[in-house]
Design a protein. Structure first.
Length: 464
């Protein structure tokens, strides 16, 4: 009996252990199953679809198809382009199996033309695909400044509005005696892109930056200067060893070093152009701002200073310098500028301004003039101006970084463009003053009034 009792006791212990382990296992299984199920459900317990497909793209819209059995709900989605989150709305807010939703994406003005990866994700799945951002048909000038060299900025809109660069060549020439330190440098943000002259020559010669190779005097090319290419500033001590030998034994020498600075620099997208604020500008053949009654101007810029005044965009009468003229010599013009003129005489620093008219807004309410405080000399900014109904009731709206700064209405008399005689310029007005100091990228002109998000058209690219 004692043996049987011990057997029964052991059996009971085993049964209790098995039951305990089973209860524990079922508890954990149920817990993890609950988590897994929750990840595929909405807050109300509705099952979310794990299958989504980007069906098509048009303008600022993506069409998303539910290819699963659950729901696709807008409050469970996130939209990313190149891993950056974008705001959106979805219509309808929820779709079932085989249904398609229209997703409108905002702030597309942040995108450059070209291919971008879009990702739409929910807790239960994601879909990725490449989309292509292209210019709308209304674009009549598109200067990307991605050439990286040369004196022409080519128009990619197909309208042939190529820009000619004027006065962009930047040279820095120094001359020092043998055993002295020579230094050459370029403006901030620019680098030495070529050595124009590096002449190790007789100290007593008339050699100079304007005439580095005078006849009858010994000289040689100092190839050590080639090490300066790609640097913003370059310094070294001049001697025979540095310059590859002595071209004039027994004679003291000097070095004349003349470098060219690269005005094509890294931009918001690809390359951009640096404007020195003293004489750089681009002349284009574009006259669309004069010939159409509805248009949009768009560009990216980074200012080096915010004092009065520097024109990023200008068109009008060649005698104009920004905000029209004085009675009776009113000059018709349009511009986007750093700085502002008010009442024809009050100059204002630290302003960002749009103007269209023949006299400043303070002088006459018929001009189109919008401005905002602006002091940033560090970051890139996106600007868009839309103008419409110039033939009837002129209206303008200024956007900075996608946000509307304000609107203004004018009169057809004050905004008249009949006397314009100079086509679109970038970097200066008609007269030789008020040059822009900073960097400009991706200049666009459209022959239609657009909002920032309407300047980018999305189409489908390759599958990922």
């Amino acid at each position: 009996m004692k043996g049987i009792s011990e057997f029964v006791l052991v059996l009971l212990i085993l049964i209790i252990a098995v039951i305990s382990i089973s209860i524990l296992w079922l508890s954990f299984y149920g817990y993890f199953r609950h988590i897994t199920f929750s990840e595929g459900t909405s807050a109300l317990g509705e099952v979310l679809s794990s299958c989504m497909k980007i069906d098509s793209a048009k303008n600022d819209k993506i069409y998303l198809k539910n290819c699963g059995s659950g729901l696709v709900k807008d409050d469970k989605l996130n939209v990313f382009i190149d891993e950056e989150s974008f705001e959106f709305t979805m219509t309808p807010e929820s779709i079932g199996k085989s249904e398609i939703a229209e997703i409108t994406i905002y702030d597309l003005w942040k995108l450059d033309s070209g291919n971008h990866k879009i990702k739409i994700a929910s807790p239960s799945g994601k879909v990725e695909r490449y989309v292509k951002a292209v210019l709308p048909d209304s674009c009549v000038l598109a200067l990307d400044f991605d050439e990286g060299e040369g004196a022409i900025a080519y128009d990619s809109s197909g309208y042939g509005n190529d820009g000619t660069l004027n006065n962009f060549d930047i040279y820095n020439c120094s001359s020092v005696s043998q055993y002295s330190t020579i230094t050459v440098s370029c403006p901030s943000g620019q680098v030495i892109n070529s050595i124009e002259d590096s002449v190790y020559v007789d100290q007593n010669s008339p050699a100079s930056c304007s005439d580095p190779y005078p006849a009858g005097f010994c000289n040689r090319y100092c190839d050590y200067a080639d090490n300066c290419i790609g640097q913003n500033s370059c310094s070294f001590t001049v001697d025979d060893a540095i310059c590859g030998g002595d071209p004039c034994p027994g004679v003291t020498k000097k070095l004349i070093l003349n470098v060219s600075c690269d005005y094509w620099i890294d931009g918001k997208f690809g390359k951009a152009l640096e404007f020195d604020g003293s004489d750089d500008y681009i002349q284009t053949p574009s006259n669309e701002l004069q010939t159409t009654n509805n248009f949009t101007i768009e560009l990216w810029f980074k200012a080096d200073n915010t004092s009065f005044a520097g024109h990023l965009i200008w068109e009008g009468e060649v005698t104009g310098n920004g905000w029209g003229g004085w009675d009776p010599n009113y000059e018709q013009e349009i511009h986007i500028s750093i700085g502002e003129l008010w009442y024809g005489s009050q100059t204002r620093d630290d302003k960002f301004c749009f103007f269209l008219g023949d006299r400043s807004e303070g002088s006459d309410s018929g001009a189109l003039q919008i401005s905002t405080d602006f002091t940033d000399t560090t970051n890139w900014h996106h600007v868009l101006v839309t103008v419409y109904d110039l033939d009837s009731s002129p209206v303008a709206e200024l956007f900075l970084d996608g946000v509307s700064i304000g609107t203004n209405t004018g009169t057809t008399t004050i905004t008249n463009r009949a006397n314009w005689d100079t086509n679109l310029r970038i970097g200066k007005p008609g007269t030789d003053e008020r040059y822009f100091n900073g960097t400009i990228d991706n200049v666009r002109i459209y022959n239609k009034a657009l909002t920032p998000d309407e300047t980018v058209v999305l189409t489908l690219g390759e599958l990922t």
